[in-house]
Design a protein around this ligand. Structure first.
Ligand SMILES: Cc1ncc(COP(=O)(O)O)c(C=O)c1O
Length: 390
């Protein structure tokens, strides 16, 4: 809920209204796209609020206001990919700084942290963040931040946001949370002490698999100045057209998230009964090791489900070739259901050792559950899992 001028609005209302009314010429009820690289000055030093689209654009500004309201932050930036959002925030740090993060975060983030940041003299430690004591043990005098991803990709382990952020506060560390998997509809990291929230807008925020984008939302005004400077200096802002598409997609975020969750819960429960499935990973299942924590810090369980296939019963190729509704594709968070093998696809960019360490094996299958009818999704999976020779 967000309040302004004494009026309080729920997420559903903010998603539809906040930031969108930028057309004072004709009062259109949707935000116009301003596809311009530059804006004419009236005279030196005088313009109508914008000078150059890398630095600012009314369509992108509308999205910034919407995203800040949804997360409950003071300011937001829309960037050209999720990775560009993470890169921009990483540039808050300098040579000699140290960051603590989880061992099972998104593989592209691991690649950035392992192969790029060390070249700039920034060191990152990967720890089992499910145990906050591991975070505490890893903090050094030069540690500047914790970077949290919860639930993790693809095995949906949770990090206790309140516990890890309390440790961060004790040591004056910045807390950065990648909230891509839950979206602001199901998880509000600022309520648990985070300083910066990051999203891949490619996923649930846009929700229609037709944009790549990222978001940075900050809680505090001073930090906002530094992040805004970096997004402009690095040139990581998204195009007005992509901002417009996300503004269009985000209006239905709450309703899509409810549908993703309803379907994911139905699919996870069904998968748990299947002989060809060894283990199901979904925080909404009562036997998920972090189910109690999920109930504490999330208001829903999301649309991602992973499972271990019994490879003695069914081969991965056989499963994939029989599916008709689930497309074999990376990415997640769109209205259509996707299936993939993290070992060879989304997580192939990190070393085999890191994948095994994170609990990923060739038998791990990740589903991004869409908003189709759950009976149709289950029927598709039933066709895929029907016992066939390898
Ligand atoms: C949790 C998470 N964070 C960040 C990213 C990176 O986002 P993008 O692909 O938009 O750069 C991804 C991509 O899959 C992701 O899953």
């Amino acid at each position: 809920m967000s309040s302004e001028h004494g009026e309080s609005f729920q997420t559903e209302t903010l998603a539809v209204h906040r930031g969108v009314y930028k057309d004072t010429a004709y009062n259109s009820v949707t935000t116009p796209i301003y596809p311009t690289s530059t804006f004419a000055f009236e005279r030196i030093g005088v313009h109508k609020g914008y000078d150059y689209t890398r630095s600012g654009n009314p369509t992108r500004q509308a999205l910034h206001e919407n995203l800040a309201a949804l997360e409950g932050g003071t300011a937001a930036w829309a960037t050209c990919t999720g990775m560009s959002a993470i890169t921009s925030v990483a540039m808050l740090f300098e040579s000699g700084d140290h960051i603590v993060t989880g061992h099972d975060i998104y593989s592209g983030t691991i690649r950035l942290f392992e192969q790029v940041l060390p070249r700039l003299g920034i060191e990152v430690s990967f720890v089992r963040m499910r145990d906050p004591r591991e975070v505490r043990r890893t903090i050094r005098p030069n540690t500047r931040a914790v970077f949290i991803e919860t639930p993790s990709n693809p095995l949906l382990n949770l990090v206790d946001l309140a516990a890890v952020n309390a440790i961060a506060r004790e040591h004056s560390l910045l807390s950065i949370v990648d909230n891509t998997f839950m979206s602001p509809y199901f998880q509000k990291p600022f309520d648990f002490g985070a300083d910066i929230v990051i999203h891949s807008m490619t996923k649930y925020l846009n929700g229609h698999s037709d944009v790549v984008g990222g978001a940075i939302i900050v809680r505090d005004g001073k930090l906002a100045e530094r992040v805004g400077f970096l997004v402009n200096a690095l040139g990581t802002a998204c195009s007005p057209f992509d901002a417009w598409l996300v503004l269009r997609g985000v209006k239905t975020l709450p309703y899509r998230m409810e549908a993703h969750q309803r379907n994911a819960l139905a699919v996870a429960r069904w998968l748990a009964t299947q002989p060809a499935v060894k283990r199901v990973y979904y925080p909404g299942l009562e036997d998920h090791p972090d189910h109690t924590l999920a109930r504490k810090q999330m208001t829903g369980f999301g649309g991602m489900v992973s499972f271990d296939l019994d490879l003695d019963r069914i081969g991965v190729d056989a499963l994939f070739s029989r599916l008709k509704l689930f497309s074999l594709a990376e990415s997640l968070g769109g209205v259509e259901s996707l299936v993939e093998q993290p070992w060879t696809m989304s997580h192939s960019s990190i070393s085999e050792q890191r994948r095994r360490d994170a609990g990923i094996s060739p038998s791990t299958i990740r589903l991004s559950i869409g908003i189709e009818h759950p009976d149709d999704l289950i029927a598709d999976l039933a066709r895929g899992l029907s016992l066939v020779a390898r």
